[in-house]
Design a protein around this ligand. Structure first.
Ligand code: ADP
Length: 401
């Protein structure tokens, strides 16, 4: 099957075409600055195009993708009817969606009801869905949710210590995010280590601009460091992560700020950016600045590593043990110094890192040494492939029925 994977954001739309049998990526690309000045990147095995292209809206972006995919010179398809399924990344499925689904009018309605829960992401995802449905009305569309994998969390993990009625009335609870990545990476870790996923306890550290940690026990998520929104948990690029709400009331009073201004500070001005006194939200830049003795840059990275280690420790307790700790995403895959720093806190778990292996690059690699009681791995996440797999599975079920 040929799967078109779509990840639609407010002004960008990333896409890949994946052959589900071979799992080969036939094309990858992105439509950027939609509704602004427009940009288009398109890469196949032999072609690499980067151009400015006016893209008035998401429909124009999808149209551009479909025309290029079927173009005589650049295309990889004869007609877009060769696309068996479109797999859409959808951020928030609330409690309604525990797995991937065929996108129907009812699903769109149910997702729209979740818009309040993810006002930045869900409407942008739906615009991409809508554009595809208009241009490819006959093609099967499957929605793959970032929250779905985390839906196995039990109430003891997902409920806040708030009055229960707010959960009943508004579904205020912890949802957890990055589920597509956590699912892919935890499964790939078990496959790489030749373990039965149903018998292993894995902690996945998805460390990028946005970061979350996920405890996966016997194939099911039991906890995730992100909460009601992707703001909870670790200190991130620009997001604060956990903060005592009491400090926010104090700040609001002292600086005369309303709740929206406070939220902007927490989402956009905090994290390692805020700690480093606005130097950078980028971990690589902070590392370079730290080498030149910028104290706040080093402190920001130190706080980040400390917090990651604390979450790993608490998830090891939550699962009563851990077999695999896996690092993934931009920072997790590339920043060997941060990995080393985090693992130094974890010697009590019997973790020992092989310093040479820790500096190697691979799609999947074990960086713990032979004496380590826990496997420490670095695995490149592949959310598009996970979406393609789930979309193909849904399509195969429909064909069978
Ligand atoms: P997003 O959450 O936007 O998907 P990514 O997973 O792409 O983020 O991660 C981006 C982060 O990864 C940036 O802070 C960047 O500095 C960091 N990063 C990427 N490559 C390296 C590297 N070689 N060393 C250290 N950090 C890196």
């Amino acid at each position: 099957m040929k799967i078109l994977v779509i990840n639609s954001g407010s002004s960008s739309l990333k896409f890949q075409v994946i052959d589900s049998e071979t799992e080969a990526v036939l094309v990858r690309g992105v439509c950027e600055r939609i509704g602004i000045d427009g940009g288009f990147t398109y890469k196949t095995e032999n072609i690499s195009v980067k151009e400015q292209a006016p893209l008035a809206d998401h429909k124009a972006a999808v149209n551009k993708i479909l025309t290029t995919l079927t173009d005589a010179k650049m295309g990889v398809l004869k007609s877009f009817e060769e696309i068996d399924v479109v797999g859409h990344r959808l951020v928030h499925g609330g409690e309604k969606f525990t797995g991937s689904v065929v996108i129907t009018d009812e699903v769109i309605q149910a997702m729209t009801e979740c818009n309040d829960l993810a006002p930045l992401h869900n409407p942008a995802n739906l615009v991409g869905v809508d554009a595809c449905r208009q241009l490819m009305p006959e093609t099967l569309m499957v929605g793959v949710f970032d929250t779905a994998f985390n839906q196995t969390m039990e109430p003891k993990a997902f409920l806040y210590g708030l009055p229960y009625r707010f959960y009943e009335k508004y579904k205020i609870r912890r949802y957890g995010f990055h589920g597509i990545s956590h699912k892919y990476v935890s499964a790939r870790a078990a496959q790489f280590m030749r373990q039965d996923p149903k018998r292993v306890k894995t902690i996945v550290c998805h460390l990028g601009n946005g970061s979350s940690i996920c405890a996966v026990k016997y194939g099911k998520v039991i906890d995730n460091s992100m909460g009601f929104t992707p703001l909870e948990g670790l200190v991130m690029g620009t997001r604060s992560g956990d903060v005592d709400p009491g400090a926010l009331e104090f700040l609001a009073t002292k600086e005369n700020l309303d709740i929206h201004q406070i939220m902007t500070i927490l989402n956009q001005e905090s994290g390692v950016l805020g700690i480093s006194k606005n130097l950078s939200s980028d971990f690589r830049e902070l590392k370079d600045a730290g080498i030149k003795y910028n104290e706040k840059a080093s402190l920001a990275r130190e706080i980040f590593a400390y917090k990651v280690a604390k979450y790993i420790g608490s998830y090891a307790a939550a699962m009563n043990g851990v077999d695999n700790i896996v690092f993934t995403a931009g920072v997790g895959e590339n920043d060997s110094d941060i990995r080393e720093e985090i693992c130094e806190y974890l010697e009590f778990l019997g973790i020992a890192i092989d310093e040479v292996k820790n500096r190697e690059q691979a799609e999947a690699i074990r960086i713990s040494d032979g004496t380590s009681r826990v496997n420490v791995l670095v695995i490149r996440t592949n959310e598009e492939l996970e979406i393609a797999r789930q979309a193909a599975a849904v399509a195969a079920q429909i064909k069978k029925a």
